[in-house]
Design a protein around this ligand. Structure first.
Ligand code: 8YV
Length: 302
């Protein structure tokens, strides 16, 4: 008889099929379905599959007494109680390194889309407005901009590498300076924001980075500043961010992630100075295949 494998999120079909040759897949994508499992022989699960955005509900993890492995289809572990997992010897496997390039590409794509008003101009053409006159607002050149990166880890560094040939100046804020790094280090995030035109958020999520980008940072970035977030929504104080985008205390934002996703503040929908994405930084076929392969290997290795 096959063992049960708990799937909190879907994987690409072919990888689920591979897993299904070894396991009986039990899909519980909603909180209600997960809750129901807790009273249905929960000791049958030794492995579960989730992703970075979803993590594992605290109560669910506590209710699975024989859990040994959490296989994450992503790198973020901010929605998993790591202390609880480690106390119970539950291993957490991630797709470390695999999505770095895709997320860094997405950050650059979002930045250029925002500065060059790609989405706005696309809507202009689709709506047939070009026939009535030219697209009037001018975009912003990337060359010469001062870019500040919050979080110079693997993804932050990959973003910096991609931006260098565009002729920007690069600086960053991290808990500690990165050894042998050519970019200017600011040990204070407000100071980084003050000396940046563009702030790119690439920091890991979790309690330590909750609302790191708050009023003082947003004010320091100022009315000409723009912000890009490919990390976690709650690294930025979203209420403060939205208020500034609405009243012009911040020039623009390109956001792949949100504090309460998939809920996105409705005030953003009518703004022309934002680019909004549904947490799709790693969403390329190649990357999602490589991630799913990594998850399958982790599950089979138990
Ligand atoms: C993943 C993410 O794509 O890796 C993460 O932590 O947030 C995303 O890039 C997500 O886990 C979906 O699989």
């Amino acid at each position: 008889m096959k063992a049960d494998l708990l799937m909190l999120v879907p994987l690409l079909a072919e990888y689920e099929e591979r897993l299904a040759t070894h396991f009986n897949l039990v899909r519980a994508h909603s909180r209600a379905e997960q809750q129901a499992l807790l009273t249905d022989n929960p000791q049958r699960f030794t492995v579960l599959v989730t992703n970075g955005g979803e993590g594992v509900d605290r109560q669910l993890m506590a209710g699975l007494p024989d859990l040994k492995l959490i296989a994450v289809n992503g790198v973020g572990v901010d929605k998993i109680d790591k202390a609880h997992a480690s106390a119970r010897g539950i291993r957490i496997a991630t797709t470390d390194n695999i999505l770095t390039d895709a997320v860094a590409d997405q950050a650059v794509a979002l930045l250029l889309a925002l500065l060059r008003q790609v989405c706005e101009a696309d809507r202009f053409v689709r709506d047939g407005l070009w026939l009535k006159g030219g697209f009037s607002p001018l975009g912003t050149s990337l060359r010469g901009q001062r870019v500040g990166i919050l979080g110079l880890g693997k993804i932050g560094s990959a973003i910096a590498e991609r931006l260098q040939p565009f002729g920007v100046t690069l600086a960053y804020h991290n808990r500690r300076p990165v050894t042998d790094c050519p970019y200017t280090y600011h040990d204070d995030l407000v100071a980084l924001a003050q000396s940046s035109d563009i702030l790119i958020v690439a920091a890991a999520g979790g309690p330590a980075s909750q609302h790191l980008v708050d009023e003082p940072v947003l004010d320091a970035l100022g009315p000409l500043g723009v912000i890009v977030n490919v990390a976690r929504g709650n690294v930025i104080n979203e209420t403060q961010l939205v208020a500034r985008l609405v009243d012009g205390r911040l020039a623009g934002a390109a956001l792949d992630v949100f504090e309460h996703e998939p809920k996105v503040p409705e005030a953003l929908f009518s703004l022309r100075n934002v680019v909004l994405q549904p947490h799709s930084g790693s969403a390329t076929l190649q990357t999602r295949r490589a991630m799913a392969e990594c998850v399958v290997q982790a599950v089979l290795s138990l």
